[in-house]
Design a protein. Structure first.
Length: 501
C-alpha cells in the first residue's frame, strides 16, 4: 500500500476501510476540474492466504471526495441518495463523515460524455457509427441523456425540495448571473457601457426569464457533458449539488449549447424538441414561435452566464481550460443574436456585439497554425494568452539602445523609418531578431508537424513603442516568408494595432 500522510486522504482511507472491511492499496488524486473539490480514485483488495489455487481475493474501488463547501457536499449526498431511490442513474453514496465534507461513492469509470463527443467527427454527428460496441451512436446517446434528464427533473418536488441548499430560480438569481457576466467578462475585457441603461436591460430581461418559462422542476443548474459519465453505454449523472427548483429548459439549453461540445444548430433544436416531448402536454408553449422564443431566451442567458464564468476562471484566474472555451461561446453568442432575441434590450445587444468583435478571439475558426507576434511594455505586464495553451516565447528587447530616450524619436514607433534606421544602423537589432528567429523556427516546424493551432511570441521593451515594435514586425514578416502556409497575426498591444499578414 502507498502510505500518504495527507489528512484528507487518511480520512478517505478510513471511510474505505469502514465500508469495505479492508485498507485501500492505492489512493490517486484526480486532476482538479472547475471547482476546488478534490477527488481521489481509491482501490484495494483483501488478500488472504489460501491453499485453493482458484481462490480470488475480494477487491473494490470507489471515488473519494474532499469538499470545500459544506452546503454543496450535503446537497450532493442527500440528493444522490434520493435520486438513486427513484431509479435515476446517479452514483451510489457509500459512506460519509458526519459533517458531509468527506465521502466515498460509486466509481462510474473514466469516460465522460464530453470524451465521447470529442472523439466523434462533428460532421457525422447523427451517423450510426458507434465509438465502440458498447456505445450507441452519438445522436442516440444525446437522446438518452436528455430523456434521463427529463425523468430527473420530473421527480416529485416534495421528495427533494428539502434536500437542496439553494432557493428556487428567481429574478434575483437571474440578475446575479447577468451581473456576473458584467463584472467578470465585460469589465476584464475593458468594454465600455452605460451602467444604468445596461442595468435596465438586465432587469427587464431577467423578468422575461422568470415568467412563462415552461415546466419548472429539478433544475440541475450546471448540466453539461462533463457531468455525464458513460458506463456500459448508458449515461449517468454527477455534480448536481447546485440543483434547485427552476425551469427545465435551462438544463437542456446548457447541455446542447455547451461551447466545447460545438453541436450544429439544427441538431440542437431537433434534440431540444425531443427533450420537451418527454413532458406532459401543456408544459411548454404549443406554437412553434413561442417555443423557439423560449429556447432562444435561455440560450442567450446561458451564454452570458458561462461567459461570466469563463471570464472569471479564464481572463482573471488564467485557467487555460476556460480560456479555450471562450471563442466557441462567442460563436454561440453571435448566432443567438441573429435570432433577434436581444433586440428589446439595446444596451445589452450593443455590448454583446462588441465582445463578438473582440480581436483576441477572432481567429478561433482558422485551420492550420496561427503564430501571434506581440509587442508590449514590461511596465504594463506580460501579454495574456487567449489560446488556452499557456503562451510561448518572450524576448526582452531592453538590452538594446533605446531610441525613446531622444526627443526626435519620441513621437515615432518601431513602424516608422526614423526608428528603423536608428536601430538598424547600430547593428544590435539584426542579430537579436536573427537569433530569436532561429529559436522560434524549431518550434514552428514542430507545431506544423504535430498539427498544433497556436504559437505566441512576445517582444517586450520599456514602453512597447520602439524596440519591441520593430522586432515583432521584423520577425513576423520573416516567419511568413519562411513558412508561407502559416497564419501570422501581429499585435502591437500598446499601439492598439492588431492585424493579419
Amino acid at each position: 500500500m502507498q502510505f500518504i500522510s495527507d489528512r484528507d486522504v487518511d480520512i478517505l482511507s478510513g471511510l474505505f476501510k469502514e465500508y469495505f472491511g479492508f485498507c485501500p492499496d492505492s489512493v490517486v488524486k484526480l486532476p482538479l476540474s472547475g471547482s476546488n473539490r478534490k477527488y481521489f480514485r481509491i482501490y484495494g483488495s483483501a488478500i488472504e492466504k489460501s491453499d485453493d489455487p482458484n481462490y480470488m481475493s475480494e477487491s473494490a474501488g470507489c471515488i473519494g471526495t474532499v469538499g470545500d463547501d459544506a452546503k454543496e457536499c450535503r446537497a450532493f449526498v442527500n440528493l444522490g441518495v434520493l435520486f438513486r431511490s427513484q431509479g435515476i442513474k446517479v452514483p451510489d453514496i457509500y459512506l460519509r463523515t458526519s459533517d458531509y465534507m468527506n465521502y466515498i461513492q460509486e466509481d462510474l469509470g473514466k469516460l465522460s460524455l464530453m470524451d465521447v463527443i470529442l472523439k466523434y467527427n462533428r460532421n457525422c454527428i447523427a451517423s450510426d457509427v458507434s465509438l465502440s460496441e458498447n456505445i450507441p451512436s452519438l445522436s442516440e446517446l444525446i437522446s438518452e441523456t436528455l430523456a434521463g434528464l427529463a425523468c430527473m427533473q420530473q421527480v416529485n418536488p416534495d421528495l427533494w425540495m428539502d434536500k437542496t441548499e439553494y432557493n428556487p430560480f428567481c429574478l434575483r438569481q437571474a440578475l446575479w448571473d447577468l451581473n456576473y457576466f458584467k463584472y467578470e467578462y465585460l469589465k476584464p475585457s475593458a468594454v465600455v457601457f452605460d451602467e444604468e441603461t445596461l442595468q435596465d436591460d438586465f432587469e427587464s430581461y431577467a423578468e422575461s426569464l422568470c415568467y412563462d418559462n415552461g415546466f419548472n422542476g429539478f433544475m440541475f443548474r450546471d448540466f453539461q457533458s462533463r457531468n455525464v459519465m458513460i458506463r456500459d453505454g448508458e449515461p449517468w449523472y454527477i455534480d448536481f449539488q447546485g440543483g434547485r427548483k427552476g425551469p427545465a429548459i435551462y438544463d437542456a439549453v446548457s447541455f446542447l449549447w455547451q461551447a466545447k461540445a460545438d453541436f450544429k444548430d439544427n441538431f440542437r433544436y431537433e434534440k431540444i424538441e425531443e427533450f420537451m416531448s418527454h413532458f406532459p402536454k401543456g408544459c411548454f408553449p404549443e406554437d412553434n414561435e413561442s417555443r423557439r422564443n423560449l429556447i432562444n431566451r435561455f440560450v442567450l442567458f446561458r451564454t452570458l452566464q458561462v461567459l461570466g464564468a469563463y471570464g472569471f476562471r479564464g481572463l482573471v484566474e488564467k485557467k487555460s481550460h476556460f480560456i479555450e472555451s471562450i471563442p466557441q461561446a462567442l460563436k454561440n453568442l453571435r448566432t443567438v443574436l441573429k435570432t433577434g432575441i436581444a433586440d428589446s434590450y439595446p444596451e445589452l445587444k450593443r455590448v454583446c456585439k462588441k465582445i463578438c468583435e473582440d480581436g483576441r478571439f477572432s481567429n478561433s475558426d482558422h485551420t492550420g497554425l496561427t503564430v501571434t507576434v506581440i509587442s508590449f511594455s514590461y511596465k504594463k505586464g506580460y501579454p495574456e494568452d487567449f489560446t488556452g495553451n499557456g503562451g510561448g516565447f518572450m524576448f526582452d528587447c531592453r538590452g538594446m539602445h533605446n531610441p525613446g530616450r531622444y526627443d526626435e524619436y519620441k513621437r515615432f514607433t518601431g513602424l516608422d523609418k526614423p526608428v528603423k534606421d536608428f536601430l538598424e544602423e547600430r547593428g544590435e537589432v539584426s542579430g537579436f531578431v536573427s537569433k530569436a528567429k532561429e529559436i522560434v523556427s524549431q518550434s514552428v516546424n514542430t507545431y506544423l508537424r504535430r498539427e498544433f493551432n497556436d504559437l505566441q511570441i512576445g517582444f517586450g521593451c520599456t514602453g512597447g513603442q520602439h524596440r519591441s515594435v520593430y522586432c515583432a514586425e521584423k520577425l513576423a514578416h520573416e516567419l511568413k516568408k519562411d513558412f508561407p502556409g502559416i497564419n501570422v497575426r501581429i499585435l502591437h498591444r500598446e499601439q492598439k494595432i492588431d492585424r493579419i499578414l
